[in-house]
Write a protein that binds this ligand. Structure first.
Ligand code: F0G
Length: 482
């Protein structure tokens, strides 16, 4: 492990890699950005990437690969069945997680689909620390209920709790007592709560939650998509782990679970996914779904080149220097925003910086989607694309009632090894300008609202003329500048 991780009084992160391939970016003038936003139905998912300057929508599938990953792609073994590439990936997963069986899938939600089809019984519950959009959609789609048991600090926007992603073990015990263990299809823990600030789970909580499940014979499932950041936080925040290596922490977590699934668009820095399984019987129970929905058992919809890259990416994830870059850049961004009094989720988590739109835009009602409005305004003011993680990302219930999200967040994801610190500083400056001009920003309403996963492709419009007013204010402050 390198010894220097921050410098200048622990203020600035120091990257232990250099950039060897670059891609040119476009920064369009604000009038063009405003037009592009209108064409995209005020939904950042519908923007063309060519119109985006810094793409902080997600880190999914867009982390920078290493030279070793690129090199490995050249030795990929193209075979429908029995590819040596698959054997290498499988062996790496066995080495890291210690589970013998693996089912490949083309990405994380495909793994969720297989788990939901194979393990979730209608009328049962799937308790979890917190839901993710696709995981919930697959579970409810087969007629089961998602029950969220996040501990109280998890829903507090500002906190100094080191593990806000922890599951409330007492609440789980109560639920099991009430409904009976048979009514629980499995317990899912997300290693880092995507929708509420990328907050980590402690090793102790992994152990306590899964011990309780084992006592009741309940299957335990880890969503390891965000595991890399969680490993970093356990290492630096949990006393007992300070002297453990990253592979040791990984194995200590894995040992708690029956099943581990992941999106390799995040974990492994490639594009793919899959399900690691401890017991042969369970593997055999799920196996048939892979050729039906994904592809043969030795690729599951992934390209062999990506599988090679994932194998190396998983190995690199066991390197502290590699996994600290993301959370340290995020911590820098969060600290700089806090210095400017901009409301953000604290403590800094994984995945990205999460701006609290509810406090940023207190004058915009939740029904008018403050997080969606702020993401729109940020793109217009800066060309930075963030993601709404609030009420827009929720789904109407069976009676058509729109649930209000627990939090209204704009997530500014920092794909690993992609942006420089000066680009992060640019984003901070423009968020600061928006904060000074926040009174100008109004709400949004739907003009086209899809029934399922509406946030992906729904179209909206500003309520009133605020987008034009924002452009005018920008021109008056910045002159001809972009
Ligand atoms: N689970 C978690 C915790 C995720 O963050 C994601 C994806 C998935 C499952 C689904 O994986 O995209 O490969 O199908 N999160 C992405 C994001 C989309 O932007 O946060 P996938």
């Amino acid at each position: 492990m390198s010894t220097v991780t921050f410098f200048r009084g622990q203020q600035l992160p120091l990257e232990m890699h250099k950039v060897r391939i670059i891609q040119k970016l476009n920064l369009r003038p604000i009038e063009q950005r405003r037009e592009a936003m209108a064409e995209a139905g005020y939904n950042t998912f519908l923007l063309r990437n060519a119109d985006v300057f810094l793409d902080m929508l997600t880190d999914s599938g867009v982390n920078a690969m290493s030279d070793q990953q690129q090199a490995a792609m050249l030795i990929a073994d193209d075979a429908y069945a029995g590819s040596a590439t698959y054997t290498r990936l499988h062996a790496k997963l066995v080495e890291i997680f210690g589970m013998e069986y693996f089912l490949p899938a083309h990405q994380g939600r495909a793994a969720e689909h297989i788990l939901a089809q194979g393990l979730v019984r209608p009328g049962t519950v799937v308790p979890m620390n917190y839901h993710f959009t696709t995981s919930k959609a697959h579970i409810t789609n087969v007629g089961a209920e998602v029950v969220e048991l996040i501990t109280k600090p998890g829903l507090e926007v500002t906190s100094d709790h080191p593990f806000k992603g922890n599951l409330d073990v007492a609440a789980l015990a109560e639920l099991i007592a009430e409904r009976g263990a048979d009514a629980v299809s499995y317990v899912r823990i997300e290693a880092g709560t995507n929708l509420i600030g990328g907050q980590p789970i402690s090793l102790q909580n992994y152990r306590e939650t899964t011990e309780l499940c084992r006592k009741h014979g309940i299957l335990t499932v880890l969503d390891a998509s965000l595991l890399a950041d969680n490993l970093y936080f356990i290492k630096i925040r949990e006393g007992e782990a300070a002297d453990m290596s990253i592979p040791e922490i990984t194995r200590a977590i894995a040992d708690c679970f029956d099943v581990i699934y992941f999106s390799a668009r995040k974990l492994g820095f490639g594009r793919g996914g899959g399900i690691c399984i401890r017991e042969e019987a369970l593997y055999k129970q799920l196996r048939g779904l892979v050729p039906m929905f994904e592809g043969f058992l030795t690729y599951g919809g992934m390209s062999v080149r990506e599988m090679e890259a994932i194998t190396v990416g998983l190995d690199e994830t066991m390197d502290f220097d590699m996994i600290r870059q993301g959370p340290q850049f995020i911590a820098h961004m969060v600290n700089e925003l806090l210095k400017r009094d901009i409301p953000v989720i604290t403590p800094a988590g994984g995945l990205g910086a999460h701006v609290d739109a509810m406090r940023f835009l207190p004058h915009v009602r939740q029904q008018e989607y403050p997080a969606g409005a702020l993401a729109t305004a940020l793109y217009i003011a800066s060309g930075v694309r963030g993601m709404e993680r609030g009420t827009l990302s929720e789904q109407r219930d069976a009676d058509g009632v729109e649930p209000m999200a627990d939090m209204e967040l704009v997530r500014l994801a920092l794909p690993r090894r992609v942006f420089t610190l000066s680009q992060v500083e640019y984003a901070i400056d423009r968020i600061d300008w928006l904060y000074q001009n926040r009174d100008l920003i109004g709400g949004l309403h739907f003009v086209e609202e899809p029934e399922i996963l509406r946030f992906f492709y729904g179209r909206l419009e500003p309520i009133g003329d605020w987008a034009n007013k924002l452009v005018a204010a920008f021109r008056s402050d910045f002159g001809d500048s972009l």
